[in-house]
Design a binder for this molecule. Structure first.
Ligand code: MUC
Ligand code: MG
Length: 367
């Protein structure tokens, strides 16, 4: 069970349709595949998605920090030394998705070694989650058509709508069109990626007051400290902290400061070890949790559902598990399948994921 090697392999898979939102856009999954090898021949895997507009990481930077700092820190540890690995990775500031991929690949390897699934290792509450689909910026008719396609093809009935454009009516018109087009039964919530000011956010939420929204997420920057507190205090739906609350300490600060009332847990940026801490904190504080998406590929989505299904609190709400549907291909040998609006964890040991070697050869960018 000793870690002998860590690989960081950059790859690029184009998106069929780019995802656009207030803080950026994604045209290709230029991620890093992380493999943790052990002395008994087990290989744990996970993927790191660079999101420079959110965390400052780049694909080349993720490869470099793993090869030069993180790999030497974990090689020689047992797979059971997860707290030691977490503490050592924590000596380096930032680099959340690089750290998380190493952490999750260790958990995958541990699950394989013990012949137990990661979900069971973590908490084992259920084996599936309802899926929420994220709708990027477009014209109202196109976004309604996309949501209808997702509902008809995959049974998805929860949608997160990207907002944060100016004037705010560009986005409020979309949300109204979605409610009118899809009817009262679907769940809708909005994510601004810090695009609006607090006053614009308040105006937009008033315009959408009759649309039955479930949540509002990161509508304005957390750095507008008093403005955001003022906004959150007047909303009658939970306000989700996403990119403003990456660490458990960030969550505590945002919530106790009155700037958030719910939290997005993204395994891509807190791995399994830190996501556990955020989960326990959210439970203690009585916060709603949504399992978020870092525009993950299939391996990242599998990590999200593996964690989300492990606990009652994280599996209560639909998880954001479907961005991979917009990718033109993936590395997983057996594709993920969303059916009846749900995604199941993979049965079997660890994450239950295997990489297709031909696809890896085709998409890798290091040779
Ligand atoms: C989301 O929930 O915000 C877009 C930017 C980011 O950091 O994550 C995605 C989705
Ligand atoms: Mg968000």
């Amino acid at each position: 069970m000793k870690i002998t090697r860590v690989d960081a392999i950059p790859f690029a898979i184009p998106y069929r349709k780019p995802l656009r939102f207030a803080s950026g856009e994604v045209h290709a999954a230029e991620h890093v595949l992380v493999r943790v090898h052990t002395d008994d021949g087990i290989v744990g895997i996970a993927e790191a998605p660079p999101r420079p507009f959110t965390y400052g990481e780049t694909q080349a930077g993720i490869v470099a920090v793993i090869e030069s700092i993180f790999a030497p820190q974990v090689v020689g540890l047992s797979l059971l030394d997860r707290e030691t690995a977490h503490t050592r990775l924590g000596r380096t500031v930032g680099n959340p998705t690089a750290k998380s991929a190493v952490d999750m690949a260790i958990w995958d390897a541990l699950g394989q070694s013990l012949d137990v699934s990661v979900t069971e290792l973590l908490g084992g509450y259920t084996d599936r989650m309802r899926v929420s689909h994220m709708l990027g910026f477009d014209e109202p008719a196109a976004m309604v058509a996309e949501a209808e396609k997702m509902r008809d093809a995959y049974g998805i009935t929860t949608f997160k709508v990207k907002v944060g454009r100016r004037p705010v009516s560009l986005d409020t018109a979309v949300v109204r069109a979605l409610r009118e087009g899809l009817g009262p039964a679907v769940e809708l919530y909005v994510d601004g990626n810090r695009g609006w000011t607090a006053a614009e956010s308040a105006r937009a939420m008033k315009e959408m007051a009759d649309l039955g929204l479930l949540f509002a997420e990161e509508l304005c920057p957390a750095d507008d400290v008093l403005g955001r507190r003022w906004l959150v205090g007047q909303l009658d739906v939970p306000f989700i902290a996403d990119e403003s609350a990456v660490t458990p300490a960030d969550v505590t600060r945002e919530v106790l400061g009155g700037s958030a009332t719910a939290v997005s847990i993204k395994t891509a940026r807190t791995g399994f070890t830190r996501s556990q801490r955020t989960h326990h904190l959210a439970e203690g504080l009585g916060l709603e949790v949504v399992m978020g998406n870092q525009i993950d590929g299939q391996l990242g989505s599998l990590c999200t559902v593996a964690f989300g299904a492990a606990y009652a609190l994280t599996s209560r709400r639909a998880g954001e598990l479907s961005n991979f549907l917009d990718m033109s291909d993936d590395l997983l040998a057996e594709p993920l399948c969303i059916a009846d609006g749900e995604l199941a964890v993979r049965p079997g040991a660890g994450l239950g994921a295997a990489i297709d070697p031909d696809k890896l050869r085709h998409y890798r960018r290091d040779r």
